[in-house]
Design a protein. Sequence first.
Length: 63
Amino acid sequence: MPILLLLLAAGVFAYLFWRSRTTTLTRDCRWRQHRKEGIWTCAFCGARQEGETSPTACFKGRE
């Protein structure tokens, strides 16, 4: 049983490490999709990005 818990904890930390390396989003990033216009808008900073998939980069302070 302790081995299973250690494996689960290692898996959670590995996921969090991988997630932190593949995105620059912060807690403030709240992307909303406007399908008619085909853009994504950040509800926090107002940044805009075109595309079908959700953004994986934070644009706070760049625009």
